[in-house]
Design a protein around this ligand. Structure first.
Ligand code: NAP
Length: 301
């Protein structure tokens, strides 16, 4: 797996990461199988893992995803070279998810994440989503405080607009933006967020890069994508990841995985080289996907 800097001048991490949401949400694999998925990711060269304190089933197990990654990475020889990014700002009421980015809540959440990860400092701490009930500058100010005290080494934002990114950058150094981006939703290529990230040395982490677990099957079912995939000796999902990397080199896709086969696909995607004609053909095939042209609302998760 090739590597890239996380933010400007940051540590080098794999060019494709692993989204760990499917290891903690409904339908997740048993613990032993989940550990094996993380180990397989390490074996194919993945060194960037994305999770959140809210990646769990209910309020009683907040931090499930963080604890799972801690355990998996500690038990594998390559685990020490991996970087875990986590998020705070979404609380659990029973099974329900609710935005809560009050400064005091973010501080408590960050300290709980530190304990769950067993870390002295969090490598990348992301605001999961702006909270409409809290002035955005106050939430970002809390992240700046956590950075200043050394609880977090880098700050990221998720589910933000260009105006929010600009506002945050006036308060704190922003290392990453994690927004919804996939063949169905390329709004950040038009909104200016991607351009601002590229110009500012900010890593863009497209979440749900394959459309999310409910839409991913549509990729393989698309006759146009299937034909292009056959021509490249790849799968439709691998082509989508290769397309993201080829079109926007500052991106670091974080496909979610609950099977070893999915992380192996990420490694194959890293090795694919798509010529301009193949990229154009792919984009034409995306236009024929069911639901194309109707950018789905991005739900923070
Ligand atoms: N910040 C936010 O608000 C937010 C919101 C959503 C997600 N995220 C983050 O972004 C990550 C990715 O998003 P996501 O999990 O929602 O959607 P996704 O990555 O678009 O799709 C995940 C689905 O794709 C499948 N998949 C992955 N690699 C594949 C491959 N090579 N071939 C075939 N299928 C493949 C997975 O299958 P298997 O499960 O069977 O392996 C899973 O069902 C999450 O894990 C999470 O870390 C963040």
């Amino acid at each position: 797996m090739q590597t890239q800097e996380l933010g400007r001048g940051g540590p080098r991490v794999s060019r494709i990461g692993m989204g760990a949401l499917p290891l903690s949400f409904d339908g997740r694999p048993p613990r032993d199988a989940a550990l094996k998925v993380v180990w397989r990711a390490l074996e194919v060269g993945i060194t960037f893992f994305d999770t959140a304190d809210s990646y769990c089933l209910h309020a009683g197990e907040v931090g499930h995803g963080e604890r799972l990654l801690r355990e998996a990475l500690a038990a594998h020889p390559a685990g020490a070279g991996a970087l875990v990014a986590t998020k705070g700002g979404i609380a659990r009421d029973g099974r329900r998810m609710r935005k809560d980015a009050h400064p005091a809540t973010l501080r408590r959440a960050c300290h709980a994440s530190l304990r769950a990860l067993g870390a002295e400092a969090i490598e990348l701490y992301q605001l999961h989503a702006p909270d409409p009930r809290v002035p955005f500058a106050d939430s970002v100010g809390a992240l700046a405080g956590l950075l200043a005290e050394g609880s977090v080494l880098r700050v990221g934002l998720s589910n933000v607009t260009l105006a929010q990114l600009d506002e945050a950058r006036a308060i704190v150094a922003v290392t990453s933006v994690q927004n919804h981006f996939n063949p169905w939703d390329r709004s950040d290529a038009r909104s200016g967020v991607l351009d601002a990230c590229a110009a500012g040395g900010i890593t863009y982490l497209p979440f749900s890069p394959l459309g999310g677990s409910r839409r991913v099957a549509l990729l393989a079912q698309s006759p146009g994508l299937a034909a292009l995939a056959r021509a490249q000796g790849a799968t439709a999902a691998e082509l989508v990841l290769a397309w993201l990397l080829a079109r926007w080199p500052a991106m670091l896709p974080i496909p979610g995985a609950s099977r070893a086969g999915s992380v192996e696909g990420a490694a194959r995607a890293d090795a694919l080289r798509l010529e301009p004609a193949a990229l154009a053909a792919l984009e034409a095939a995306f236009a024929a996907l069911p639901g194309a042209g109707r950018a789905p609302a991005a739900a923070a998760a």
